[in-house]
Design a protein around this ligand. Structure first.
Ligand code: ABU
Length: 392
């Protein structure tokens, strides 16, 4: 059974004697409690300055408003399947609150005709140690997505006074926050400019999505992208470094439309990162890994090319590598990604699989569709040799 019933979270004296109810330092330690997204109330993402959705295969204008009920039901069936698998492995699963994403937003600085969904908590919220951080978000339709998790956040916060809760600065999302010209740059020019790392958001306000972060103990790597700018990374650094956490920007210059790091650079256990062969790290940014004995292993070609992805999916074929680790030896993968299963098996992992293709059109796969609240383990230093330190 999955639940968002607070259960034992209501008894702080009991919780106080053990691990905080919120505690997670990396992407691979044994998972104890997780939030799995829900497609309830989902809408098509609207066209806005930070997002230009297009129907794949030249299918005309993108629909607006609520997604059809059968589309939602298919995605929910797969999300429920993931929740059931996690529960069967002893992980406590919770679900977001239902939100009416069809409600328009009219703010002093922007309007948007409908909102999006709560399928991908990873984009919105992150656990770092016993702190929950709500991201600024980069798109108007996602400004209020945090509401789907507020009941849960309050319950965690109320149940254990070691839980820290931070909401990052709310950006204006006014027109000036975006670079409209980004969308009309021809591909050849994008290649020529790939090292400028200027995407559809300007650098004036603090902007980040939580899914541009990847947690490696006392090091958090943050991708500069269409959804996270340099001011966002500076904010994260000033916020986290006083706690002894090093924030390290990373760049993948061949990804001309980067959005979220978890289809590009996916740590699986201490010493091992699954990498994207189409999106190598910027020259020199791999040194820290190599000098500290980490192996970067390329993911195999996904079983579906970009052309075969669902019509309304705005993500790349590399959702194949958007896996969820439930321990340093167990990884959940999409069931059709057999070349990846074989690779992970050869690297010593137990590979668990679930069908998840219908979730793809909500912009994510297994890692995106989850928010890990508690994993065993403490803050470790996996990069003790910092001679090539990029954090300063
Ligand atoms: N939300 C993750 C999508 C990343 C990608 O399309 O590669």
């Amino acid at each position: 059974m999955t639940t968002n019933d607070p259960g034992s979270m209501e008894t702080p004296q009991v919780e106080r004697s053990r691990t905080p109810v919120v505690s997670s330092w990396n992407e691979w330690d044994p998972l104890e409690e997780v939030v799995v997204g829900s497609a309830d109330g989902a809408c098509f993402e609207p066209t806005e300055p930070g997002c230009r959705p297009t129907v794949r295969g030249g299918g005309g204008a993108f629909p607006t408003g609520p997604k059809p009920a059968e589309m939602i039901a298919r995605a929910n069936e797969e999300l429920d399947g993931l929740a059931a698998l996690l529960t069967s492995r002893g992980v406590r699963v919770r679900r977001p609150s239902t939100v009416d994403f069809a409600t328009a937003v009219s703010a002093p600085t922007f309007d948007v005709a409908n909102q999006y969904c709560a399928v991908c908590p990873r984009d919105v919220i992150v656990t770092i140690g016993s702190e929950i951080i709500e991201a600024t978000m980069s798109r108007r339709a996602r400004y209020f997505e945090f509401l789907a998790y507020r009941d849960l956040v309050y319950r965690y916060w109320n149940s254990d006074d070691r839980v820290r809760w931070t909401t990052a600065p709310r950006p204006s999302m006014r027109d000036e926050m975006y670079r409209e010209e980004f969308w009309s740059i021809p591909l050849e020019e994008r290649y020529a400019r790939m090292h400028s790392f200027e995407f559809c958001i300007s650098q004036d306000e603090v902007v980040f999505d939580a899914a541009d972060m990847s947690r490696f103990g006392r090091d958090v790597f943050v991708q500069e992208s269409m959804t996270t700018n340099r001011a966002g990374i500076r904010w994260l650094r000033r916020h986290l470094e006083p706690q002894g956490i090093r924030v390290r920007p990373v760049h993948f210059p061949l990804d001309l439309f980067p959005s979220h790091i978890d289809c590009t650079f996916v740590p699986l256990r201490p010493g091992l990162v699954l990498t994207n062969p189409d999106r190598p790290l910027l020259d020199g940014e791999d040194r820290l890994f190599i000098e500290n004995g980490w192996k970067l292993v390329n993911a195999p070609e996904p079983t579906t090319g970009n052309d075969g992805m669902p019509r309304y999916c705005q993500s790349s074929k590399w959702l194949s590598m958007n896996v969820l680790s439930i321990s340093p030896t167990e990884v959940i993968c999409e069931e059709r990604e057999t070349p990846l299963h074989a690779l992970l098996d050869s690297l010593g992992f137990e590979v668990l699989t679930v069908p998840f293709r219908h979730v793809f059109e909500y912009g994510g796969s297994l890692h995106c569709a989850t928010w890990d609240v508690r994993r065993t383990g403490t803050m470790e230093d996996y990069f003790p040799d910092a001679s090539s330190d990029q954090a300063t």
